[in-house]
Design a protein around this ligand. Structure first.
Ligand code: MLT
Length: 401
């Protein structure tokens, strides 16, 4: 009989959003006509930008013609036309990337979860809490020691490094999922200095960078000096361009990022990650890469920013409701998430049930993202405008009673 990886038994029984879906489905069974409004999972609702659809159609047509048909893409790391487009996008932030530092993938979640493969299980992993569950789950699956940096009310849900604590791998997400807080350049510099002092590597999740409005908040960690020697950056087109159903993202592993092995050998992290991906990943489909490249054209950026502006307006509507109700929150400015303190001292799951049962509005209990999420709650701005307004009217009425 094979032995299983018993670390899986130490995980929460279900992934957070599966638990939420189960609760919602059982509510809908009892109340089939309930006018449900979903503000839980961070999934987009606006359609793909027309330029991307056109590019994808063209790509699909090329696949149906012998002369332009494509099988495997040789490198498996993404077509040069897409990597060039991504590098061009980074140039706008003053970051210069070589094409072989960029690897195209099927979204940030896979790489966030898979990157653990190239690091030893004895590493000390530091994760800010609350956090996107993938960082914690993927490290628990390999039995790693995780230490947490508290993001809480006192620090505006933006944990900073503690120089008395050592870590080898550090997960940062900015703008943050779930709290919506975002690190400034100065704060990221502190994390980079901490990483260097500990010879650690930062795994930086920039999936929400397109929502940044504050000029003090960098879109890429590489805007900050020293990051190329200590950080891997992951980004996704899911939130940037509504690609949750298309699956495309990219990971940047700078060629300056090296480690020394136990016997003194110098190893490039890009080489190691490339080796891992070469064995376990066969790349992203050609039509999807065509659509992704269209995102970074002038017209593509214009079109995706119209969608982002729509979500930002939703975020402003949610934030205004919280202001009117006197409810404390973070996010909503550089982020599509509003992270609010549950009213009346309610626990986050009690507040989840309360909103669901009383007004048929679904959110995400903060506790699902870690211990510092207890008593906090996340609403997403990725919904439909009318439904967002309607949900906020219901919330206002309920909480003013
Ligand atoms: C979330 O709601 O946190 C998102 O669905 C994260 C993701 O894109 O996986």
């Amino acid at each position: 009989m094979p032995k299983i990886n018993e670390n899986f038994l130490k995980l929460e029984k279900n992934y957070l959003f599966i638990n939420i879906a189960k609760k919602v489905n059982s509510f809908l069974k009892k109340n089939p006509d309930a006018p449900l409004i979903r503000m839980g999972i961070g999934d987009v609702t606006l359609p793909i930008a027309p330029v991307c659809v056109e590019a994808m159609k063209k790509g699909a047509e090329e696949m149906g013609v012998k002369e332009t048909f494509k099988g495997y893409e040789d490198s498996g790391t993404g077509y040069d036309f897409l990597k060039k487009a991504i590098a061009g996008y980074y140039k706008k932030f003053g970051v210069s990337l070589e094409l072989d530092e960029i690897r195209v993938n099927d979204g940030a979640k896979s790489d966030c979860g898979n990157i653990v493969d190239i690091f030893d299980d004895n590493n000390i992993v530091l994760i800010t809490d609350p956090a996107y569950p993938v960082y914690v789950d993927s490290n628990k699956m390999s039995g790693r020691t995780i230490i947490y940096a508290d993001s809480n009310e006192a620090n505006g849900f933006a944990a900073m490094p503690d120089s008395s604590v050592h870590a080898d791998l550090i997960y940062l997400c900015s703008p943050n999922n779930p709290t919506g807080s975002a690190y400034t350049r100065a704060q990221l510099k502190e994390w980079i200095d901490y990483a260097k002092a500990n010879e650690a590597i930062i795994i930086y999740d920039a999936a929400y960078e397109a929502f940044i409005t504050d000029p003090e908040v960098p879109h890429s960690i590489y805007e900050v000096n020293g990051a190329k020697e200590c950080a891997i950056e992951m980004c996704s087109l899911s939130k940037t361009a509504g690609f949750t159903g298309m699956r495309c993202g990219y990971t940047v592993v700078p060629s300056a990022l090296h480690v020394t092995t136990s016997n003194g050998e110098d190893v490039s992290i890009a080489q190691l990650w490339g080796r891992r991906q070469g064995s376990k990943f066969n790349g992203v489909s050609y039509p999807v890469q065509c659509a992704a490249a269209a995102v970074f054209t002038e017209e593509g950026l214009k079109q995706i920013h119209e969608n982002i502006a729509y979500y930002q307006e939703n975020a402003a509507i949610i934030a205004k409701t919280m202001d009117d109700l006197g409810i404390q929150y973070t996010g909503g400015k550089n982020s599509p998430y509003i992270w609010l303190k549950c009213p009346k001292g309610m626990s986050s799951w009690d507040f989840f049930d309360y909103l669901l049962e009383k007004i048929a509005v679904v959110g995400t209990p903060g506790e699902g993202f870690g211990k510092n999420g207890k008593g906090w709650f996340r609403l997403t701005a990725f919904g439909d405008r009318e439904k967002t307004i309607e949900a906020m009217e219901r919330v206002k009425k309920l909480l003013s009673e």
